[in-house]
Design a protein around this ligand. Structure first.
Ligand code: NDP
Length: 307
């Protein structure tokens, strides 16, 4: 038996899971069921205590790429296999979101939106792709797609992660010196880092102030990576041109938060790459089969660092 917990589109998730796992009984909190029969949980944004009744668990599936809400919690033991989604339709959406952010500044669409408010017809000189240096922090399932696809479009791309990899068309840097190099040479800095103790507060005044004058921050990873007051200070003093933010701490973004009304902040409600139930359920079904047969699914979370 698999227990499903999602806050939205529950019926679509049920249909998708039943399509890909036809032999499995799928239950939700609306059903009467015996928790002792539950072997698997598939969930997103699990509330505190969700896993506590399930004492016979064989595995948990995070219905997203980030697993920060599944680690370091008292109701889920570290020895229960935890599997996350790898891409599952999210990488393409992420590429689209980043491309939209980059084009917004490259082609001055943010400026034209403000000029329209003043009914002002004023043409500025657009920049070429080669003039837009991009920095991608985090080169995992999503970051690699973003970095490579934007490099293929002709943007100069630097990427940053802890261990070196060879990524065609992308200059991959590591370590603190690598981060410094990426930040100093990024007209658009994009975070696709997981939420771990090392990445929380990483994008502080000290680091963001080293971005080139007029640079743009795009955060599609997790809100806790950015120090909000520091970002606002850099936008207000004119060092940064724009922040495109899809993720916040906390979420939903509170109504009194200054990001909402800030003229240099674009807010989207954590939609850069949404989980698509059908490709996700197909991946869950395959991972479940692999776990059941003692194999290792590709999305198995090996540490409990937060990714
Ligand atoms: P992965 O786990 O596949 O990749 C993480 C990358 O970050 C790896 O390249 C890893 O490389 C690097 N990394 C991890 N820790 C550090 C560190 N301390 N310093 C430098 N680099 C580090 O994640 P995904 O690409 O699948 O997803 C990335 C994040 O995007 C998710 O964790 C989630 O928070 C966010 N996300 C947001 C969505 C949205 O709609 N806004 C949708 C989906 C995901 P290495 O180990 O070598 O350091």
């Amino acid at each position: 038996m698999l227990f499903l917990y999602v806050e939205q589109n529950q019926n679509t998730w049920l249909e998708a899971l039943q399509k890909w796992c036809p032999s499995l009984s799928v239950v939700t909190q609306n059903d009467a069921y015996d928790p002792e029969q539950v072997r698997w949980v598939a969930a997103w944004n699990p509330p505190p205590g969700l896993f506590a009744p399930f004492q016979q668990l064989k595995g948990v599936f995070a219905l997203g790429a980030g697993v920060d809400a599944f680690v370091r919690r008292p109701d889920l033991a570290d020895n229960i296999p935890l599997v996350r989604l790898l891409d599952a339709g999210m990488a393409q959406q992420m590429v689209e979101y980043i491309l939209w952010s980059v084009l917004t500044v490259q082609r001055d669409f943010d400026t034209y939106a403000q000029l329209q408010q003043q009914q002002t017809w004023q043409v500025s000189m657009a920049r070429s792709r080669a003039e837009m240096r991009l920095g991608v922090l985090g080169l995992g399932a999503l970051g690699q797609s973003v970095a490579q696809q934007l490099a293929e479009l002709g943007y100069p791309v630097q990427g940053w992660k802890r261990s070196a990899i060879d990524l065609p068309g992308v200059d991959v840097l590591t370590g603190e010196a690598g981060l410094e190099q990426v930040i100093r040479h990024s007209d658009v800095l994009i975070s696709l880092l997981p939420n771990t103790p090392q990445t929380q507060g990483l994008l502080s005044y000290e680091r963001l102030s080293r971005l080139p004058q007029g640079a743009v921050l795009v955060n599609v990873a997790r809100g806790v990576q950015v120090v909000d007051e520091d970002l606002i200070r850099l936008l207000d003093d004119g060092h940064l041109r724009l922040a495109v933010l899809d993720v916040f701490y906390p979420e939903p973004l509170p109504s009194e938060h200054p990001f909402w009304a800030h003229p240099k902040v674009v807010v989207t409600p954590h939609v850069a790459a949404e989980t698509l139930p059908y490709p996700a359920a197909e991946q869950v079904a395959e991972s479940l089969r692999q776990l059941d047969q003692g194999e290792t699914p590709a999305g198995l979370v090996t540490g409990r660092e937060g990714y």
